[in-house]
Design a protein around this ligand. Sequence first.
Ligand SMILES: *Cc1c(COP(=O)(O)O)cnc(C)c1O
Length: 411
Amino acid sequence: MKPFENDLAERLAALREQNLLRQLRCVDSAQSPRIQIDGKWFQNFSSNDYLGLANHPALKEAAILAIETFGAGSGASRLICGSLAPIHQLETALARLKKTEAAIAFSSGYAAANGVIAAVLDKDDIIILDKLVHACIVDAAKLSGAKIRVFGHNDLGDLENKLKWAAQRTGPSISGTRRALVVTESIFSMDGDAAPLREIVALKEKYGAWLMVDEAHATGVLGGNGGGLIEELALSDRVEIQMATLGKALGAAGGCICGSRQLVDFLINRARPFIFSTAPVPAAAAAATEAIRLVQSPEGKELRRKLASNIASSQSALGHGESSSSSLAAPKPGGGGSSNGSPIIPIIFGDEQKALDAAARLREKNIFVPAIRYPSVARGSARLRITLTAAHSQEDIFCLVDALKKLDIGN
Ligand SMILES: *Cc1c(COP(=O)(O)O)cnc(C)c1O
């Protein structure tokens, strides 16, 4: 066996060679449309803080008040040291937002996905995933031991094939009855396109499967009250498991599962990241609760209107939604391509180095946009991932569009 440090050095060198090495950049300011890195200010088009709540005075005040009342730490797992009131308030607010009987908070969305899937499924069961679901769902599926089937991204025909296959196998198994769970995102994290949820719901019902929808990027953003795509399509009583994160449009940190009282009771007993991990801190829970109040208020509606207007103006300037007359010379904006009101705009380069070069060129113009590479997206589909927020001004959007148009790729 090689010495440990030599082994790591070789593996890091291999990543560097493939243009896949990642490094942290220390930010010396709050997440907002401007961030400071190495003493220099950048326009920030990288965060998932879609409504600009991460640095909102009301969230900060709620967090401070929670710290003053309940302290900085949460002590232990909620089953061990008692369950702090701010988390109960958060769960009540979440269930109301998602129109479900109950909700349960986790310390992250990653933990929520992991907790629910591995608790609900076991090795005799079947899990059917959209090809582009988030890594936390893939990891959870593997952890559950269930048989994994993947359908083409948003491909209803392929989903139906997988459901037919599952339906033949979900009869009685050795250990009881097999289960089949379909999992998709509502707005996809790296492509920004939407799942055809109505059709997916109809299909899973036709074959008697269950459905989990990860609304990480739609919560706060879509729906009349910011409940997500499920709210917008009025599907909340037809989706067994709703998942969201508190760290994106809700401006705090944490994750949650929303659904029936029984689902939540079951997870309290069986979700390992809930049982074996320290509870979310009071500050994060209180900030998220305030964010939920805010997204349902007139201010929240106004923020969504502002976000939609920023999305529309950038999409029209970039030529999205038009068949051939892209005003962005090269490369073409990629992903789902349809203008669905998502704040995520991918510009796909394919080649890792080209995406990195484009991000570096934008940084020279004081614009911060991340180059997204494997393993966040498939190999050879490296991209710039631009995220818009309600906190960006029209002028910010013009600056971004101008810089993107001047990106002269290929030389
Ligand atoms: C960010 C994200 C998660 C994980 O949520 P965290 O709260 O950041 O752990 C889960 N699913 C999707 C689709 C995400 O984009």
